[in-house]
Design a protein around this ligand. Structure first.
Ligand SMILES: NC(=O)c1ccc[n+]([C@@H]2O[C@H](COP(=O)([O-])OP(=O)(O)OC[C@H]3O[C@@H](n4cnc5c(N)ncnc54)[C@H](O)[C@@H]3O)[C@@H](O)[C@H]2O)c1
Ligand SMILES: O=C(O)C(=O)C[C@]1(C(=O)O)C=C[C@@H](O)C=C1
Length: 292
């Protein structure tokens, strides 16, 4: 937003003085406040960027201070739980449009952000029934001006899709790295030092913020358990094939998964942005002047 000159003024809040100072020092905020309540005064757009489990608390704190006509959005990785926690606090005349950028790294804090983070990445919006189309279009324009591809879908669908594409894979990475670490202790071998590229990618993912991911699994419980159940069944089938020496089963399975990857590349979709096969409305209207 800063680089594109998309906001008149960007105002921030963080709990620690160190984080607030960093935001000012690197120039992503014009002003910072000790409380979220002070930070939202007079803002056209408020962006909630805390762990999913903290969204309700922040919404309750800022609610009495929101300007009439303001838009509140969030960047939480889970949508149904955020809506349930935030929506009840949103005053009449303020627009709440939940969102989720499918972009990030294993790093946290203001110094981990970079201007191209959202370029050519999906940013999913899950507007609630009755959401103001003008407010949705304004937010969409802003996100597109930041380089994101915007799509809309309902929150339950979002949570199921993300359980497949992001949440369960993170849990698998956490588990695999944990297993390797246990093994290292047991055998005193060099599992980590000699790890191959695939495993190194797992260790990057497994270095992600523990609070953020604790909240993701606690709040997207049903979808994650559903996908984990299916995953476990497939894993048992492969485990059985290995035990029985059933090479045909293994070969067929790996052929199928390779075709999926090749199909993605041929369709030109080898970006971090999965195509959910959903159409979306056209962007209209000017982007809002943002604070938040
Ligand atoms: N990191 C990613 O890859 C990524 C990608 C997309 C969406 N998200 C979502 O974005 C949100 C923020 O994640 P991030 O990666 O920017 O994390 P971050 O750690 O960089 O920022 C989160 C901030 O929230 C603060 N915070 C934590 N608990 C709080 C509380 N109870 N009250 C007030 N402030 C609190 C932290 O101190 C920190 O300053 C999360 O909901 C996450 O699910 C993250
Ligand atoms: O590359 C990474 O570090 C990420 O995992 C980013 C990633 C994901 O793609 O799963 C993680 C969580 C989010 O909600 C969105 C993006």
């Amino acid at each position: 937003m800063r680089q594109g000159g998309l906001a008149g003024e960007i105002v921030g809040h963080a709990r620690s003085a160190e984080t607030r100072a960093a935001a000012l020092e690197i120039g992503i905020c014009d002003r910072v406040f000790e409380t979220a309540a002070e930070a939202v005064v007079g803002a056209d757009l408020v962006v909630l960027a805390v762990p999913v489990g903290a969204m309700g608390e922040i919404a309750a704190e800022i609610a009495p201070h929101l300007a009439a006509g303001a838009t509140v959005t969030d960047v939480g990785s889970v949508k149904q739980a955020v809506i349930a926690a935030v929506q009840p606090h949103i005053p009449e005349g303020v627009h709440f449009i939940p969102g989720h950028p499918l972009a990030g790294t294993e790093h946290s804090g203001p110094r981990s952000g970079f201007a191209t983070l959202f370029r050519n990445r999906w940013w999913l919006l899950t507007p609630c029934e009755g959401a103001d189309p003008g407010a949705v279009a304004r937010l969409r324009s802003l996100l597109e001006a930041m380089g994101a591809n915007v799509d809309t879908m309902d929150a339950p669908h979002h949570d199921l899709v993300l359980a497949v594409t992001s949440h369960t894979p993170h849990l698998i990475a956490y588990t695999m790295v944990g297993v390797a670490d246990d093994l290292r202790r047991v055998t005193d071998s060099e599992v980590i030092r000699y790890s191959a590229a695939g495993f190194r990618d797992f260790t990057r993912i497994a270095a992600s913020d523990p609070t953020m991911w604790r909240d993701v699994f606690l709040t997207n419980k049903e979808a994650t358990l559903e996908i984990l159940g299916r995953f476990t069944e497939e894993l048992f089938a492969l485990q059985r094939a290995i035990r029985l020496g059933d090479g045909d089963h293994l070969h067929e399975y790996f052929t199928r998964t390779r075709a999926i990857r090749r199909g993605i590349i041929e369709a030109g979709q080898d970006t971090a942005a999965p195509d959910f096969g959903r159409s979306s409305e056209t962007a209209t209207g000017p982007g809002p002047k943002a604070k938040g």
